[in-house]
Design a protein around this ligand. Structure first.
Ligand code: NDP
Length: 389
């Protein structure tokens, strides 16, 4: 029996993970579930899966959670410390599906406690890739990508010599505004941005898909996961979202991974790794689909992507700053304080201000340094928003 922890259980990835676990309950024992504000879902899942520990991210929901689970024998925790402590419970496999940089510490703790880490939380890799890789190596645990593109690359690399990789091509759907003009995008509202043409995901990642901040984070994540240089990572727009990524090798061959737009494939691959087992996802009918389209991303419409390549060149803590400034800019867009394209302007201004090159000499393997730079990015982003908007 595989013992599991699921961080961010109440979200889109967390629920898809539980859906797979539910179908094979005899194979798994859920030990930890964490959530945030969605107490109804957290309580329902706790009563169904009977974990040892359930944690809400917010102190103000602790009392209600405790009352609703009283008499069940389930330990209840809250806050950042509650989540981090729950991540120290030894399990075999942990799903990192908290949204944002808040997912970093639980993922690190889970690996330190011996769990293979299924990594949906791309922000961990963007902010602290070297530290994540080192922690996985030192604790002899697997770091299993769950982002569909990175799972695709990971799968295409099985049995291959990594030194033979020439390039990696990540596909992007183009998000909600793929066919919109620059003028229309400039005036886009949070509601419009939160509608994805192909994928059913959480609100924040859906808006990040429309701005391509999501793809930008994935470019940085790919560099960190597969040890690539900026010139080895390409992005192409592929509206059908079925060909998730390709790996190009030295002999000119391309290995592609094709599958339905259903995160349960990548989650299930990570859950069953190193084996492949049946997954309840759609089987693609290629004749019915008929065609796959590709085009180059428009960097004027998607400035976030251009900035990601700056981050690849800068290295050091620039990923941590990029991500945290983006999180604040996204909050401001959702609150309708700034416009859609202003998000990238805020991030660019913060990156310029931080003089990352001079800071990159500090130890990038130190969590405290990463958190300090994450914090700096947040403060500067708030100041930029205050100053300019
Ligand atoms: P959701 O917004 O649907 O879920 C996020 C989860 O994190 C929820 O359980 C939420 O709790 C919890 N949460 C929110 N804020 C905090 C916090 N400060 N501390 C602790 N927990 C918190 O996100 P997704 O499931 O869509 O995405 C999760 C991660 O996976 C993200 O990093 C995303 O980029 C990545 N990802 C998602 C994909 C998708 O298809 N959805 C695809 C690939 C990657 P609650 O809802 O109860 O408040």
């Amino acid at each position: 029996m595989k013992h599991l922890s699921i961080f961010g259980a109440t979200g889109s990835i967390g629920q898809s993970t539980l859906d797979l676990v539910r179908r094979n309950k005899e194979l798994y024992s859920v030990e930890v579930l964490t959530g945030g504000r969605n107490l109804d879902r957290l309580v329902d899942n706790a009563l169904e899966f009977r974990p040892k520990i359930v944690v809400t991210a917010y102190e103000d929901t602790y009392q209600e959670l405790k009352e609703r689970l009283s008499g069940t024998g389930i330990e209840v925790g809250s806050g950042v410390n509650g989540i981090n402590d729950s991540a120290s419970l030894p399990v075999d496999w942990a799903m990192s599906a908290i949204v944002g940089a808040a997912g970093l510490e639980p993922g690190l703790r889970a690996m330190q406690s011996g769990a293979d880490l299924a990594l949906a939380n791309k922000e961990s890799m963007v902010a602290a890739g070297p530290l994540m890789r080192q922690t996985s190596f030192e604790n002899d645990v697997a770091l299993l990508p769950v982002d569909s593109e990175h799972s695709a690359v990971f799968q295409a690399l099985i049995g291959e010599d990594r030194k033979a990789i020439e390039r990696v091509i990540l596909t992007a759907s183009g998000g909600a505004f793929r066919d919109w003009s620059l003028a229309e995008i400039t005036a886009a509202t949070p509601e419009q941005a939160a509608t994805h043409p192909n994928w059913d995901m959480g609100q924040r990642i859906t808006i990040d898909s429309a701005s391509m901040f999501n793809k930008a984070l994935e470019v940085i994540e790919a560099k960190e996961l597969f040890n690539l240089s900026a010139s080895q990572i390409e992005v192409v727009v592929h509206p059908q979202s079925m060909l998730h990524a390709l790996v190009g090798f030295q002999d000119g061959g391309l290995m592609a991974h094709i599958g339905p737009a259903d995160m349960r494939h990548a989650i299930g691959f990570a859950l069953n790794y190193p084996n492949r087992s049946y997954l309840p996802v759609e089987r693609l009918d290629l004749v019915k689909i008929g065609r796959f389209d590709f085009s180059a991303p428009d960097l004027v419409k998607y400035p976030a992507l251009r900035l990601a390549y700056d981050v690849l060149e800068l290295g050091g803590f620039s990923g941590a700053v990029y991500n945290s400034a983006k999180e604040i800019a996204l909050d401001a867009f959702i609150a309708q304080r700034i416009g859609f394209l202003d998000m990238a302007k805020v991030v660019e201004a913060v990156l310029e201000r931080v003089f990352i090159k001079s800071m990159s000499k500090e130890n990038i393997f130190c969590l405290e340094n990463v958190l300090n730079m994450d914090h700096t990015g947040r403060i500067y982003a708030k100041e930029e928003i205050e100053k300019k908007f």
